[in-house]
Structures are given as C-alpha cells and as structure tokens.
Write a protein that binds this ligand. Structure first.
Ligand code: CP
Length: 308
C-alpha cells in the first residue's frame, strides 16, 4: 500500500516500499542535478525552517542546500541569537514561527522524542522532519547510509554490516539498523565496549560483539561511530588510546573484513580515536560519498512531503 510521507521522525514506522521509493527519488534528484540543473523549482513558494538546538555541519547544510535546490525558501533559525536564550519555551517558539506560515520544520534536539512532540503541537499542514533527536533516531542519515551502500552493493540479501563504537548513545546506529534490516540485509552486527552497548532487547535482529576483530570478519560494510561524549557521564568516558586499540578501525583490522569492505562514518570523525587516517582517507572510504548523498536524500524527503 502506498505510504504517503507527511512527517519523518523515525524509519521504524516506514514500510520497505516507502524507504525504497525515497532512495529511488534521491537518485532521480541526483541525476537531475548532475545535468547542471542547480534549481529544480519543484517547491516554489514553500518555506522550510531549520531549527537546530544541537550543533551540525553536514545535516543542517545539506537540508538547506536541498531546500534551495528545490526552489523553497529557507530560514536558518539561530538558537544562540534567538529568544530561546531569553527563556522562551519550545512550543512558544514553534507557534511564533508557525505564525509566519511555514510548510516544514527540520528539527534537531538533544531530547529524544522532541520531533514527535512537535508533530503533536504543530499546526495541521506543517510537516516535521527529524534531523536527529537524542540517541533515538536520525532517519535521513539512515536513508543516506542505505543509499550509499545500495550504489555499490545493490543486493542487500548478501550484505553483512558491522556498526562499531558508541552504539548506546548513537541515533545513527538506531536509524541504520532500521534501514538495513527493513531492506533485507543478511546480517547486522553491533560491536563496542560493554559500557557503550545498548540493551540487546532493543535490537532483536542484530548480533552483538565486544571483540571488533571478530565482529568485522567477513563484513561488507563497516560503519564507525563517534564517541558521543556529550551524552556520557564523565565516568563512562573511555581512555581514548585504549579505545582505539580495541575498537578503532585501522588497515590491519580492515584486512579482516570482506574484500572491498565499504568504510563509512556519519561524521564528524575523530581521527586516531575511532578511525585511523589511513582508512578514513583510503580507497575503501565512502565517507565523503555519504555526505554528497545526504543532499539528494534530503531533497527526496522534502519533495515527497511538500510537492503539491
Ligand atoms: N552526521 C551528522 O549528523 O553530522 P552533523 O552533526 O555534522 O550534522
């Protein structure tokens, strides 16, 4: 059944067909832009608000670029210079901005569930897109990761994916698991030190590892995660040199993976902590390809929500 995209808060609620349609649409956007067309004018007259309560380089910039390429107007709300700094509450800010006639709000917030709260409080007709909430979801990152893999390995039934690092605090890991399992990946492995691993019940279809050499063996895709220090108690912070020895991706460890294993990272990367420069900048790295695909995936999402 056709699932219309009204809001996007997680990938959990999307059907496989809907995810595949978004990835196909992203390819259409990429091809349209590849022919030199910088403005597609598909969302003329629409207004999109970027409402980021946490820092971002990739997500915020690519949402802005995606909206502009589709011909929409974009407002980048600057939290630091807004009335949030004077104590204005989230929903008062929401209603104030809505009064200026928005069509979509792209929100990032440290509190898990904030995008769904905005969906509940937003005026009808305003779409909400989650650009990352707490450790819960980062759906457009899940989509762009799936797109990047699909471009190189279209048959997910043959695919073993390992996600390594601070899985417990990672919204990217959660959205990647939803994307890869819905698209039929053969195996999704999660690996990290015990203190940084989630409850196994949260990821019923995944295999859990605490030894990265074992987890990466034969993997087709290795997705490395940043230590989310901003979500950890200071007592949970691992010694970085010891962490890199046990869980960092270097050339020796990459050689244990399947031949041509794709190396991915949502960014920002911490060289020498979760990934060695020789791998991050090496021939198997798809990290900058992920960034590029982020624009096309976000164009696809905004188009699906807002095109008349
Ligand atoms: N991947 C990601 O969310 O990066 P930013 O924090 O730079 O947006």
């Amino acid at each position: 059944m056709f699932q219309r995209l009204r809001h996007l808060t997680t990938l959990e609620s999307l059907s496989r067909d809907c995810i595949e349609r978004l990835l196909d649409r992203a390819i259409t956007m990429r091809d349209a832009c590849a022919h030199g067309t910088r403005k597609l004018d598909l969302l003329n007259g629409r207004t999109i608000l970027n409402l980021f309560f946490e820092p971002s380089t990739r997500t915020r910039t690519s949402f802005e670029l995606a909206a502009r390429r589709l011909g929409a107007d974009v407002i980048n709300f600057d939290i630091g210079f807004s009335s949030t700094a004077k104590g204005e509450e989230l929903f008062d800010t929401l209603h104030t901005l809505e009064a200026m006639h928005l069509d979509a709000i792209v929100v990032r917030h440290k509190v898990s569930g904030t995008p769904d709260e905005l969906v509940r409080h937003a005026m009808s007709g305003v779409s909400v897109v989650n650009a990352g909430d707490g450790n819960r979801a980062h759906p457009t990152q899940g989509l762009l990761d799936a797109l990047t893999v699909r471009q190189h390995r279209p048959d997910f039934r043959q695919l073993t994916v390992v996600i390594c690092g601070d899985v417990k605090h990672s919204r990217v890991a959660r959205s990647d698991v939803h994307a890869f399992t819905k698209l039929g990946a053969r195996e999704v492995r999660l690996c990290g030190p015990t203190a940084l691993m989630p409850d196994q019940q949260e990821f019923p279809g995944c295999k859990f590892y605490d030894n990265f050499d074992q987890a990466i063996e034969g993997a087709d895709v290795a997705i490395m995660l940043r230590l989310q220090k901003e979500r950890m108690a200071s007592t949970d912070l691992p010694d970085e040199a010891a962490y890199f020895r046990e869980y960092g991706l270097d050339s020796r460890r990459l050689a244990l993976a399947a031949r041509g294993c794709m190396v991915m990272h949502p960014g920002p990367i911490n060289r020498g902590i979760e990934i060695a420069s020789e791998v991050a900048d090496g021939p198997q790295s798809r990290i900058l390809e992920q960034v590029g695909n982020g624009v096309f995936v976000r164009m696809a999402v905004l188009y699906e929500m807002l095109a008349r």
